[in-house]
Design a protein around this ligand. Structure first.
Ligand SMILES: Cc1cc2nc3c(=O)[nH]c(=O)nc-3n(C[C@H](O)[C@H](O)[C@H](O)COP(=O)(O)OP(=O)(O)OC[C@H]3O[C@@H](n4cnc5c(N)ncnc54)[C@H](O)[C@@H]3O)c2cc1C
Ligand code: FES
Length: 312
């Protein structure tokens, strides 16, 4: 049980809740949150709701949430001094390169709607990153991002229901992109980065004439080494880095990897337990079934089965 310090309304249906205590976590991880009613059998909701870590403030952990259904509506009615139940942190978040290593990388953060919520800690860590925020009517949290980065001009906003924030983004300018938002936006971003279209014959042949598989493997190894030890372990097992006898299909995948930025996407699924036990949140990936609450919510774009994600 934790005490609410503040639960401010930022805009219609958008709230920012600060909860007292030393609640830890990594950027991109989430907590399971619900109103504290003493776990009565007839109480609603029976299950907690997954909400991303938005910030660690002076007075406690901060969550940014939209009133979606009854669970979040109840949460929005809680006042300072009342209590919530918090469990977490859960999940595998965005990769954390140390500041010295990441300063030479061109990084972009892309958030759509409530997808901006988990990106604030990422902006606070990668302060040189460019930030692209997309809204369709109600704008929120932009000032927090402007304070997080080095120059406020790094933050670009698109607020137009008929247009996409991706129109502002030239993916070729970046080594790494981290994103969270609606499935349609994530899919379009993956397409823009070259993760969905097959590589053209021209690029393929061009690459073949200049590079070897050894170069590709070395590049992948460097990237893995630059992540923290824990992230490296997770991502290396996910990427299934090839050996020299890799099939030609894998060679092609590695080559096409060299043409595009590394892309990490945070995926939303309905969750019941949040800690990997119930399998409610399972998604099919290219490496088999994965639990969004445990191996995710952040996945590398090449792992995701994009056609299935678009239909969530
Ligand atoms: C990893 C993760 C992080 C999230 N972070 C945030 C955040 O920072 N801010 C925020 O506003 N929202 C976030 N969401 C979405 C949020 O969990 C849902 O909006 C919320 O659970 C809806 O609950 P409800 O009772 O209000 O709605 P209801 O529609 O009544 O919920 C019914 C059931 O559906 C589930 N559900 C409904 N919508 C979603 C959804 N989009 N994703 C997952 N489960 C859903 C609920 O958990 C619940 O079990 C996140 C979701 C995930 C998976
Ligand atoms: S929500 Fe139970 S396994 Fe993910």
């Amino acid at each position: 049980m934790a005490t609410i310090v503040a639960n401010e309304q930022l805009a219609a249906g958008i709230f920012r809740m600060t909860v007292a205590g030393d609640h830890r976590g990594e950027m991109g991880q989430f907590y399971m949150v619900r109103c504290d009613d003493g776990y009565r059998a007839d109480s609603y909701p029976l299950l907690s709701r997954p909400i991303s870590i938005h910030e660690w403030g002076k007075e406690g952990i901060v969550f940014l949430y939209r009133v979606h259904g009854r669970g979040t509506e109840l949460l929005s009615r809680q006042m300072a001094g009342q209590h919530v139940l918090l469990e977490g942190p859960f999940g595998t978040g965005f990769p954390r390169l140390d500041v010295a290593q990441s300063s030479s990388k061109r990084i972009a953060l892309v958030g759509g709607g409530m997808g901006v919520a988990p990106l604030l800690p990422v902006a606070q860590h990668y302060r040189h990153a460019d930030v692209y925020l997309g809204y369709s009517g109600t704008v929120f949290a932009v000032d927090s991002f402007k304070k997080a980065v080095v120059h406020s001009e790094q933050v670009q906003v698109m607020n137009d229901a008929r247009r996409s924030v991706l129109e502002l983004l030239d993916t070729r300018r970046y080594d790494c992109i981290m994103a969270c938002g609606p499935a349609g936006m994530l899919r379009a971003l993956a397409e823009q980065c070259g993760y969905i279209d097959t590589m053209s014959e021209h690029i393929h042949n061009e690459w073949m004439s200049h590079h070897s598989l050894a170069t590709a493997s070395a590049w992948m190894t460097t990237e893995i080494e630059q992540t923290s030890a824990e992230q490296a372990e997770v991502h290396s097992s996910r990427m299934n880095t090839p050996s020299m006898n890799t099939s030609s299909m894998n060679i092609e995948n590695k080559m096409s990897t060299l043409q595009r930025p590394a892309l990490y996407v945070s995926i939303e699924r309905r969750m019941a337990c949040g800690l990997g036990a119930c399998l409610t949140c399972t998604v099919r990936t290219r490496h088999g079934n994965r639990r969004t609450c445990k191996e995710g919510p952040v996945f590398r774009a090449e792992e995701v089965c994009w056609d299935e994600l678009a239909h969530l």
